[in-house]
Write a protein that binds this ligand. Structure first.
Ligand SMILES: *Cc1c(COP(=O)(O)O)cnc(C)c1O
Length: 415
């Protein structure tokens, strides 16, 4: 990065500091991951210079021969990876992917039925502060108050009552297996389209560690940067009937020129996810999550739904400690998590009563079950000692020591 360092020390300095933070501290935000050097290299290329509106071999600009190759590879590999009929690799993000599907399916004012935000849903599933909740009429299903599992009976009641145009399955903070087949049968019963948003669990889906929504959906959307471990971006899949509408809704419906440098990196990441060792990686994510969940439970913490089937868990801290205080304390101990609302939340979302913990990033840097147990114990210690600066500092030192043993990237990369 010599040119950048010489030309713009302010930007360069901040980038190097972020590199240090990622190397030296423990990342447990469930939606984050570390891309490979190959993915990173594809992103930082001349492809960023290219306008390529349209689809491969059907572009509105000349000079697209080579971005047609990279985008074609990304699309073909996405189809192979997910076993879907249509794939559009152009959405700039998960939110853009969802906006495009709504545009393809809904008229303004139509009803969207999605999981409530405080129960683990995403802003783009009909929150009033997101376009999905402004342009469309949003209705929300919830998780069961007692079990923490999605309340499929209530979902069906709401579907029958509100007759939504689209039912959205998928979540940002839900630790259990999602019954996509059950969603489809309710959607079919009320004549709704079923879209699954697998932004979080895509890695598990492509490795068979979570049932695939593809056979049970008209649309599947995902991000490419969470468990899938690719560059920051989105992806839409559609069945045969909806493939054309999907493409039109992305461009010209909601986007202009695609980010071909990111699309090339998506191709690289999909190539990685097609390899057998990606399944081994995802199995380790789950084993680490199990180990952390069991340790936290044994330390007396309460987990929403009592545990996890996937890469994340939600710790319900109850009355004694807020999510914000826990997030702050863990931050001082070099552990990054995010505060999260819990079902039946009583605090404001800026304070919240829970934290969300995920294992994809720590698993990428090579931490295993033994380290997961240790990390969970540090989390428990840090939350318990949240007012004791010395204790937090001592935990932080041990966390940084462990991180040093498991570097994410070679140090030479920032030289
Ligand atoms: C992360 C996430 C998104 C949004 O992805 P962005 O790339 O941040 O726009 C959408 N849906 C779900 C379920 C998510 O978890």
């Amino acid at each position: 990065m010599k040119a950048l360092a010489a030309q713009d020390p302010a930007v360069y300095g901040a980038i190097v500091s972020e590199f240090r933070r990622q190397q030296d501290e423990l990342e447990l935000i469930a939606s984050e991951n570390y891309v490979s050097e190959a993915v990173m290299q594809a992103m930082g290329t001349w492809l960023t210079n290219k306008y390529a509106e349209g689809l491969p071999r059907r572009r509105y600009y000349g000079g697209c021969d080579f971005v047609d190759i990279t985008e074609g590879l990304a699309r073909d590999r996405a189809k192979q990876l997910f076993g879907c009929v249509g794939a559009n690799v152009q959405p700039h993000s998960g939110a853009q992917a969802n906006a495009a599907v709504y545009l393809a399916v809904c008229q303004p004012g139509d009803t969207i039925l999605g999981l409530d935000l405080t129960h683990g849903g995403h802003l783009t599933h009909g929150s009033p502060v997101n376009s999905s909740g402004m342009l469309y009429k949003a209705v929300h299903y919830t998780v069961h108050g007692e079990t923490g599992y999605i309340d499929m009976d209530r979902l069906r009641e709401l579907a029958l009552e509100h007759r939504p145009r689209i039912i959205v399955s998928g979540a940002s903070a839900y630790p259990r297996i999602i019954d996509f087949e059950g969603f489809r049968s309710i959607a079919d019963e009320v004549g709704a389209i079923h879209m699954a948003d697998i932004a979080h669990i895509a890695g598990m889906v492509v490795t068979g560690l979570h049932p695939s929504p593809v056979p049970h959906c008209q649309f599947v959307t995902t991000t490419t940067h969470k468990t899938l471990r690719g560059p920051r971006g989105g992806l839409i899949m559609a069945d045969r009937q909806w493939a054309k509408a999907m493409n039109k809704a992305v461009f010209p419906g909601t986007q202009g020129g695609p980010l071909e440098h990111v699309i090339a990196a998506k191709a690289v990441a999909f190539g990685e996810a097609l390899r057998p060792d990606f399944k081994t990686y995802c199995e380790k994510i789950l084993a680490n999550a199990q180990a952390m969940a069991e340790t936290l439970l044994s330390r007396g913490f309460d987990l929403v739904s009592g545990g996890t089937d996937n890469h994340l868990m939600l710790v319900d801290l109850g009355e004694t400690c807020s999510g914000k205080d826990a997030e702050d304390a863990l931050g001082r101990a070099a552990i990054t998590v995010n505060k999260n609302t819990v079902p039946g939340e009583k605090r404001s979302p800026f304070v919240a009563s829970g934290i969300r913990i995920g294992t994809p990033a720590m698993t990428t840097r090579g931490l295993g079950v033994e380290e997961s147990v240790q990390v969970a114990n540090w989390i428990a210690d840090a939350i318990t000692s949240r007012d004791d600066e010395d204790a937090l500092e001592a935990i932080g030192r041990q966390v940084r020591d462990m991180c040093k043993q498991f570097p994410v990237y070679p140090e030479e990369l920032v030289d």
